[in-house]
Design a protein around this ligand. Structure first.
Ligand SMILES: [Zn+2]
Length: 413
């Protein structure tokens, strides 16, 4: 039997209130939020979510501090739905929190309504999704899925506190992490709603996005070495200027990636070591981030960039070395989950579009663990994210909650 649509029961005001309350935890002076992985603020946000759950909901916290809540935590099957509550430094109010609030709303609507669910849904809220504090991403979801490594635990924050110690200080005792902490055989799907963090939806004018794949980066730390010299005493023709060379290398990165449709390459930072106004700079370091949802085209851009690096450094008499720090595989999300979300989006009034995700999310780990996974995006107003100015449209929040409640109520076909 077909379930009635859940459109009427979704309560936008309740979602806005929950977003505001989460926003007030770790709020910064200029209207952003700092709620870092395994910080007091992140824990307080988890406490808030617990306090909002109905008495009929069973709650479990695993040894990493991830939260699971369901009408029946022991059911033979479940669909997980959720996101994260940590943020970058001075981030926005929607990254992570929106996915949690939308999931809570969908579960509330299904619990109190007439709609039957295919399997009792489980709210899943993960710790430490952002790499802002420890330099490693999706800590909670990778831990839950048995994907965390020993190296991850020894990563330190800017005060040299290692991840394992931050976890302990927050009251968690992670144990045997080589195995998933979740019983994967119970989980039929994972769904996550997130703010897009790009401009595709605002430019197309759609209210909702259905994510087809998640782009993955290859990342390097690049060092350019030339020679330090006096800026007044060294003729232009006798210099090995590492900073001027870096300028040329960085524009080469931009040029090579601009020749493609589906690869993006970025140098987001630069350090001129021991630089000064009266010196020719002898050593420069910068990071390089190349992403695509297709490995062959990403490989081609990577080769193209390094060919240009060789050409430029030969010409300029400087040397370049590069240390690879990440090589992740792009993830194609489940066809069946995409189909279910597309069907659910058509129940809402929203205009929707399929698109790839530029950023990484907890969802990619679930798909990699073999669980059919789907993601919904709401538009980023002016494309802004990881900023106090991050915003979306109320109607998109409402549509995301309706679509999420709808997929949770859709029986298996
Ligand atoms: Zn996020």
């Amino acid at each position: 039997m077909e379930n009635p649509p859940v459109t009427e029961s979704v309560d936008l005001e309740r979602m806005q209130r929950r977003l505001d309350e989460i926003m007030s935890i770790g709020r910064t002076e200029d209207g952003g939020v700092t709620r870092l992985a395994y910080s007091k603020e992140e824990s307080t946000a988890f406490d808030f979510v617990r306090s909002e759950l109905d008495d009929s909901i069973e709650i479990r916290t695993d040894s990493l501090g991830n939260l699971y809540a369901s009408p029946d935590l022991e059911s033979a099957e479940t669909t997980l739905v959720g996101s994260h509550l940590d943020s970058v430094y001075n981030g926005g109010r929607l990254d992570g929190a929106l996915g949690v609030v939308v999931a809570m709303e969908a579960i509330d609507v299904l619990e109190t309504g007439e709609t039957s669910t295919a399997a009792p849904p489980t709210l899943a809220v993960f710790r430490g999704e952002e790499s802002a504090r420890f330099g490693c991403h999706t800590i909670g979801s990778r831990g839950a899925l048995g994907m965390l490594t020993v190296e991850d635990f020894s990563r330190t924050d800017q005060n040299d506190v290692p991840l394992w110690l931050a976890m302990q200080r927050d009251g968690h005792q992670p144990s045997d992490l080589s195995e998933p902490m979740l019983d994967l055989s119970r989980i039929r799907r994972f769904y996550e709603t997130h703010i897009e963090q790009g401009r595709v939806l605002v430019e197309s004018g759609d209210d909702l996005g259905i994510v087809t794949s998640i782009r993955a980066p290859v990342r390097y730390n690049v060092t350019v070495e030339g020679a330090y010299d006096h800026s007044g005493a060294t003729p232009m023709g006798l210099r090995a200027d590492a900073l001027a060379a870096a300028g040329e290398l960085i524009t080469a990165v931009e040029r090579v990636a601009s020749d493609t449709d589906d690869v993006v390459a970025t140098v987001g930072d630069i350090t001129a070591r021991d630089g000064a106004i009266n010196k020719v700079c002898g050593e420069v370091a910068f990071p390089l981030d190349i992403r695509s949802d297709e490995v062959p085209s990403r490989d081609e851009v990577e080769r193209g960039i390094f060919d240009e690096f060789s050409r430029i450094t030969d010409k300029r008499d400087v040397s370049v070395s590069k240390a690879e720090i990440d090589r992740s595989d792009p993830v194609s999300l489940s066809e069946s989950a995409i189909e279910e979300l597309t069907g659910a989006a058509s129940v809402t009034d929203a205009e929707y579009l399929q698109l790839p995700s530029g950023g990484g999310h907890d969802a990619m780990n679930f798909q990699q663990a073999g669980i059919p996974t789907g993601m919904l995006f709401v538009p980023s107003v002016r494309g802004i994210s990881h900023s106090p100015k991050e915003e979306t449209y109320p109607e998109s929040i409402r549509s995301a909650a309706i679509a999420t409640a709808q997929v949770l109520s859709t029986p298996d076909t």
